[in-house]
Design a protein around this ligand. Structure first.
Ligand SMILES: [Fe+2]
Length: 162
């Protein structure tokens, strides 16, 4: 039975085939973290998950804004999708600033994470249903963009851990 590349070990980080596969993988990862947060009961667990969510989203939004969006905007001569996504990112970043390094202290904290997850869900839907399919029809070199994003990601993660 052909199971394609789903057989890859979940612990290994397989090289995404192109920029869109890379961004989709980020989306899946962060959605799973939000699900874990919903199920989490202890403050320690919530805090750990939020730290991961904030790091993932900070890197993801930077990669999109610095590398992917400018390329897509130019290729599509877009005046709508990229500006909207950028505004959505600003809302997410605002919420990140409100929960990052804050003790999970009850319903307002949980509400902020919940609203953040809803913004992210909306953002993922718009990208995956609209922006990515349009970008895929252009002549953009998605492999080169992946490489550019991978390099930027490494730099950002190295910066974050110092
Ligand atoms: Fe995204």
């Amino acid at each position: 039975m052909a199971t394609a590349d789903k057989s890859a070990s979940p612990r290994a980080v397989p090289m995404p085939k192109d920029a869109i596969a890379m961004l989709r993988a980020d989306h899946r990862k962060v959605s799973a973290l939000f699900d874990d947060f919903e199920a989490a009961r202890s403050t320690a667990k919530k805090k750990m998950l939020v730290a991961q969510i904030c790091e993932e989203l900070t890197v993801h939004t930077a990669l999109e804004e610095e590398v992917f969006y400018p390329a897509v905007k130019a290729a599509l001569r877009d005046k709508e999708l990229v500006p909207e996504a950028t505004v959505e990112h600003a809302s997410v970043k605002d919420l990140i600033a409100q929960v990052k390094d804050v003790e999970p202290d009850g319903e307002m904290y949980d509400a902020k994470v919940k609203v953040m997850s809803e913004f992210v869900k909306h953002h993922v839907k718009e990208e995956q249903n609209e922006m990515f399919p349009k970008a895929q029809k252009t002549r953009l070199d998605m492999v080169a963009l992946r490489d550019e994003m991978l390099a930027r990601k490494q730099a950002l993660l190295a910066q974050a851990s110092t």
